[in-house]
Design a binder for this molecule. Sequence first.
Ligand code: GLC
Length: 414
Amino acid sequence: MQKIEPRIKQYEDMGLGLFIHWGLYSQLGVGEWTEFIHERPQAEYEQAIHTFTAADFNPKQIVHEAKKMGAKYIVLTTKHHEGFFLYDTHGLSDFDVMHSPAGRDLIKEFVDACNNEGIKPFFYMATYDWHNPLYKTDFNAYLEYLRKSVELLCTNYGTIGGLWFDGNWNKKDADWHLDELYGTIRRYQPDAMIINNTGLKNMGKVINPEIDAVTYERHTPDAVNHGDASKYVAGEISLTLNQHWGYAANDLSYKSPREIIENVAHSRKIGANILVNIGLTGTGAIPEMSRTYMHLLGRWTNMAAPAIYGVRPAAVVAAGNTKDFAVTNHLNTYLFIHDLQVVGNDNVVLGGEGINLRSFTGMFGKIKSINWLDNNAPVCFMQDTKKGALTIDATGFTYGTDWVVRVARITMSD
Ligand code: GLC
């Protein structure tokens, strides 16, 4: 039997997080990899520190918007691959926010705003670094620099939700001195989650016993690798609204709200957390488009809230539409129903009329009633408790609505 650490259980209960990419690169508006991919000479690129004002950075508002979206935690890039720190490094590096016109510790402001709203602050930290020459010339010395930068994050901001590392994939076979790094976190922040992004190609790989959650960058697997018998490990998938993580003004290739909502729903199916990403502008504002998407997702998470947080995949399996699934908590089981249509009439034919049967197996308890979460309307059902078979008439969306994924609450007979 796998043991579940309380911090990992708490993390899984949160379900949905907001990912925020922000750095000097945001001022250029062409993605967070621009220095590398566009082969910008380092000295020239790093001049961007002199125009970094953070003039529109309003962490209170960001946290407020995150909360409205339904996020329970936020992962903010404290340093990305470019090597620029959004916090006061107290002399560890000149390439930090204190040496920019912003001149204030933005991570402190972020953490304060999170704490005020009951949102857990997580720190993204790039381990792969283009700024510090030691990364190439004296790797062990670089690792000590990295460890110290993490120590600052663990000691200057009170209790944090976790550390989210990214970049070990750049030196796959190197000794990253993970015991020292993770040991530092455990020493100061015993309840912090330790997450290390395994990169695009190594989905869900556990690289060190201290890892608390595995990542599936941009992927949505059908099952999560929860580790071996020695430790239960959580899973996390991540999603950008368009194609880039960092702000990219001319990336117009936004996912449809349908795709985003279906992905968030899917994360519940596989019992993985999901991070939805936005990139702040160069001055630290939420781009208009991102804000709109956040509001939209917030409508859905607000409707589906009881079925999103603190739930786990149920042993109830859809027999028809395999996108459909069930989750459960200690009180209720919820059905997630996909591909429904709007119920109209002959004049506005929207296709949702008629009987819309969906079947499930593994439902043995006797059901008292089933109701849609969006309007509380009852759902007709038939059940064979011996066989564990359940069929519902999944009606369709009430005219005037289309929630993309509809959720129904099952109430059991006592
Ligand atoms: C990648 C990229 C990085 C991004 C991250 C988000 O590993 O290197 O730019 O921050 O994915 O998951």
